[in-house]
Design a protein around this ligand. Sequence first.
Ligand SMILES: [Fe+2]
Ligand SMILES: [Fe+2]
Length: 477
Amino acid sequence: MTSNVDYIDKIPNNVDLGRDRILQRALEHWQPAYMDWWYDSGPTESHNYDVYLRTAISVDPEGWAQFDYVKMPQYRWGIFLAPPTQGREVNFGVNKGQAAWQDVPGEYRSMLRRIIVTQGDTEPASVEQQRMLGMCAPSLYDLRNIYQVNVEEGRHLWAMVYLLHRYFGRDGREEAEALLDRRSGDVDNPRILGAFNEPTPDWLAFYMFTFFTDRDGKFQLSSLAESGFDPLARTCRFMLTEEAHHMFVGETGVGRIIERTAQVMAEHHLDTPDQVRALGVIDLQTIQRYLNFHYSVTLDLFGGDVSSNAASYYTTGLKGRYEETKIEDDHVLTDATYKVGTVITGKVVDEDIPALNALNERLRDDYIGEVQAGVDRWNKVIEKHGVPFRLRLPHKGFHRQIGNFAGHHITPEGEVLTEAEWKKRRDGWMPSAADYTFVQAMMQGRVVEPGKFANWIAPPRRGIHTRPIDFEYVRFN
Ligand SMILES: [Fe+2]
Ligand SMILES: [Fe+2]
């Protein structure tokens, strides 16, 4: 059985994996299934490439990662928890003031398992959604970045599976297997959440996804990092360090596409989308439509505006608010209220509801604030080139499938329409089949020469981890 020992040693970890026989056996059983999943649903045709990747090797804030060429199937998907905080307590809800739980409280077991499974399910889902994109990467730099995101989403799956195996016994093991069985977009066995079953058909969609949807990940992980269940809190805290890079890839990716478009528009004095497209860059109107789509499907991920589940997660101490411990209030919220939007007789109005039931909405609002700041930075890029167009976040109720706005037909400006009117104008607001065809046609084939970039995207300002922009980030062998 020495090979098993080797295998356990190969997983970088700070959870003393080598000493826990039961956990070892569970992971040894799960690992081959994970590899099957990676070969089946990970990035296509990538298994033999050498990719310049970062690998988490510790939780030291000064140097937690190592950078080197790695073949992705040999990536060392490690298990790391942020260091424990001495004397940490449950910081909110009815159990506030108790010592943080090191084991799963029996009465919260199924709720907690559900939270972990739902988070875990998103991780492999995004890898599946993105698996074809390596074939049309705009540069080696971008190709490396998508692979970095993919292997780290794989590691995030490991992080959640560790918790399931370590703390939930047999049903945890079953859930861990089911995480490898579901597939994004599968008719019979889809991923749990809507946005993770949408296709990511091109690189504009990928960058929008990492900007908007990975940021939902950040906000979910942040509120779980407040959990009274300490192993979950510590796991999520470390995942957040990696998540920052995913959002960087998204923000700079969209930013570089915008920059290239604005450059071409300014240089050739163009203003209509057709003129812009004719020069092989993406018109800002199409970028706005992608933004509308990704923003609205991501807003749905936060759940219903009025939610008794969210109230239970909070009251029990399992899932806090964003930056819970920095908020100055009683952290119990029994008397507080919060404003949520709703539609009454054809108009969007605000309603005060008990704050405990509005926690999804509150997290969504925190998220919207951060997203708006990113959109403002994109607009600065456009402005710098003297182009008058500005990107805008659509109204919160636009194109929603979950919560108070679901079933209503709301414009990006917040006007409530009939279904027929809305459908007539839909293609002005969301990517049409023709938009996708145009964008995909432009992204045929991949750019493989170091330092070269596809025409539709500007180069980044700098390379990865002190390497130059023309570094050979991926070797195809
Ligand atoms: Fe993730
Ligand atoms: Fe991510």
